[in-house]
Design a protein around this ligand. Sequence first.
Ligand code: AHR
Length: 693
Amino acid sequence: MTLSNSRFLFSAAGLALASLLPEQAAIAQSAAPATITVQVNKPGGAIPKNMYGLFFEDINFAADGGLYPELVKNKSFETDDHLIGWKAVKGAAGLESYIVSSDRPISATNNHFLRLSAKAGGADAGFVNEGFRGMGVKQNAEYTFSVYARRGPGSVSGMTVTLEETRRPGPGPETPPSGQALAQAQITGLTNEWKKYTVVLKPSATAARARLKLTLDGAGTADIDVVSLFPKDTWMNRENGLRPDIVQLLKDMKPGFLRFPGGCIVEGITLDNRYQWKETIGDVAARKPIINRWNKEFKHRYTPDYYQSFGLGFFEYFQLSEDIGAEPLPILNVGMACQFNSAELAPISAAKGPNAAGQGDEPTLETFIQDALDLIEFANGPATSTWGAKRVAMGHPAPFNLKMIGIGNEQWGPQYLERYEPFSKAVKAKYPNIQLVSSVGPSPDGDLFDKATFKMRELKAEFIDEHYYAKPEWFRQNASRYDKYPRSGPKIFAGEYAAQSVAIASPDNKNSWDCAISEAAFMTGLERNSDVVGMASYAPMLAHVDAWQWTPNMIWFDNLNVYGTVNYYVQLLFSQNKGTSMLPVQLPGNAKNGADNLFTSAVTDAPTGDVIVKLVNYSTTPRAVKVNLAGAKKVGKTGRALVMACDDLSVQNSIQEPKKLAPKEGQFAVSGSTVNYTLAPNSFTVLRIPAKK
Ligand code: AHR
């Protein structure tokens, strides 16, 4: 559903050492170096420990089909159209019938299953599951197949489980022809009662688009439910674990926080469709899927088969945050469905609707507030508390140490403020140390933004969540956005940003170097002002190359591979080199950051003693700079440079060329407390200068 007001509609001098970067060696020297002064003797405030983080939303098949590696789509037949992802295989003599039944289900919450009846001699009659644009499987890796099954009338003794190669399904209703079997196993001994059967499959070859076939052995009827094919190779080898190659890229960034679960998915198209964290914890088999709000948002990227299984739920998000060393930052619904869609509102007063226990037809604001309070208890509460006990039962006795939550995603207007005020008061009353992130709407300027910002200052909000989706030039032009920002009052959470090469939500947007270098320029402005900008995250984080709705994205993957975009490497360089204290840095003539397309920020890093200077040269010519470390003592003789440079601003990484443009490391000489360095054309350079040892 897309409303007409939707934003989603679119209409070295001194490079004397041998190990120079190739780009540096090749470039010519420009005449007079630009002098940049870093005031090492006048350190500013501390860089927030969790300054650079991650934004996760289940968009672009980021969860099911992505980070969450379950290979069976719609494993419990609980989607609205119960057979999404499944197709009948008639077999030699025919599959007599199949129905989705609710006759004595495995549980009250998982109350649909598939009932199959095969004729005598009906070898190869059954069902196939297509996975998420196929199933990616690796040769000799192990995959745990499991199913709940029971037999009905007839003589079905079991079933054959086959993992087979397939071509991309064609447009017609026909099941694609069976391909080569990659692995096969037998399930035997079905009884009249539901029972879980497990077997390990080991593919004989690697395939990006395998499928899973279940065929009945014998004639008669059998019931199946909760069909799962899960790789054994998961992050930290967890049973319900995550895809390790993707998590590794996230961890490599050393992220300070993980924002989840979104994004607009928090809000839902309607309130019914909102993200309800309580429905995403506990037994994985009992979590009920709902439609993903991105499934039909874009007609040009229509994905009606997009559901949220919640196999990756709130427990798993907290666990992921802990695994990668990031502070968890859940964003919660404030009683408002997406204002670009239905804009449905939960009534504020309990008198107008059901009570906080959720009785009645519709939830009230109290329901949403209670959900937030319960979430904090789930994350931090003792085993003796109702919700803390649920976390402990899921295997995490220690608290997750939740320190902040977001109230609403991209909300605006009086409807938000009316709900935000009682919501924030209730949370602070019970949990005064929990920090709150507040929305100021979807745009970083304009009337709505100004009014919301003014109000949030008045309400003494702690963090305001600004979103910037704009052309690359906006990012360069706004590198000084916070230079004159009030130093007291709410801190900025740059909660969602990405340069859009064409237009917001255009399917033609690219993860180009032009976008990434412009984001780097902007980020020097965030870093120079990290006394007011507390956190920043690129958005969205993940996208499946065959199943995306939104572009650009930080990391792309297919069923077997993953790569970081050039934008990812910019984020990684900032995060890995964030340092511990700001240092004042001046461009020639005390010019504004970005003057003459030169952008810079500097920090000092207490653990290593390094002074770290970030420089963006958005220019087609090399640029000589002379970096003076004013007041620096004990400066080392050799520094380390991390450089991303490319003449071609349209360059992108890809599955085929995952590191076409990625940071390269080199060294440079330091003379006294001065570094003479030549920045390559269109480059982002991080200079690490040892200043203690
Ligand atoms: O990042 C994609 C979407 O952009 C987010 O869901 C939303 O918050 C913003 O409009």
